[in-house]
Design a protein around this ligand. Structure first.
Ligand code: ZN
Length: 203
């Protein structure tokens, strides 16, 4: 399949040992039958079980279902909490980062990231653990943060890339409106005065 979106679930398995590794073993076992999904995230890692080009059975919309056939399924482990608790920070953060990486890989829009809830109104992801809209917000906020400080004329291989990212993050220097940094352009005395003033202000 060519992935058309990311459907996120919570495992709603609140037993202490039901982490990503346990779910990986489960999926390989006979018991899993016709179920499956692509990625499981817990507090420590994200495990991919099935290549994104293969479709799985995570959405519950049948063998011809749009979500089963075209969407990536991501399960978020709930082994660190009880059914009525907020999800622990580590698992939540890991889920946000994993979702963001998938969104970046396939260039998904916000509409292409949805909770399982959209399929048949299922309470999944489980609404006691986190706010589904907030989760989507957090994924795209992280992607925007990653884009900040990146300039179209600065490649990751450029010798000065770390220093440029640093001075931009510190607010000492900014790029131009056209998204460039113009790394070899000379600095004027007045520009240097502005940079030094910002540096003084921050120290
Ligand atoms: Zn689900």
């Amino acid at each position: 399949m060519r992935p058309q979106g990311l459907l996120f679930h919570t495992t709603n398995n609140w037993k202490k040992s039901s982490n990503a590794e346990m779910h990986a073993i489960y999926l390989k076992s006979e018991q899993s039958g016709v179920t499956g999904w692509h990625v499981t995230v817990d507090a420590d890692q994200a495990i991919q079980h099935i290549p994104f080009k293969e479709n799985t059975w995570h959405a519950g919309d049948g063998s011809q279902g749009h979500y089963n056939r075209h969407w990536i399924g991501m399960e978020i482990c709930t082994d660190k909490v009880t059914r009525n608790e907020k999800l622990d920070d580590k698992t939540y953060q890991n889920a946000v980062e994993t979702a963001a990486a998938i969104v970046r890989q396939f260039n998904f829009t916000r509409d292409q990231v949805q909770p399982h809830h959209v399929v048949k109104g299922k309470n999944c992801s489980w609404d006691k653990h986190f706010d589904r809209d907030q989760f989507r917000e957090d994924v795209f906020a992280l992607l925007e943060m990653d884009e900040m400080g990146k300039f179209k004329d600065i490649s990751e291989e450029r010798w000065s890339v770390d220093a440029i990212e640093e001075v931009v993050e510190e607010g000492l220097m900014v790029g131009f409106d056209d998204g460039t940094f113009r790394p070899t352009e000379p600095v004027t005395r007045e520009q240097l005065a502005v940079i030094l003033t910002r540096w003084k202000g921050g120290n």
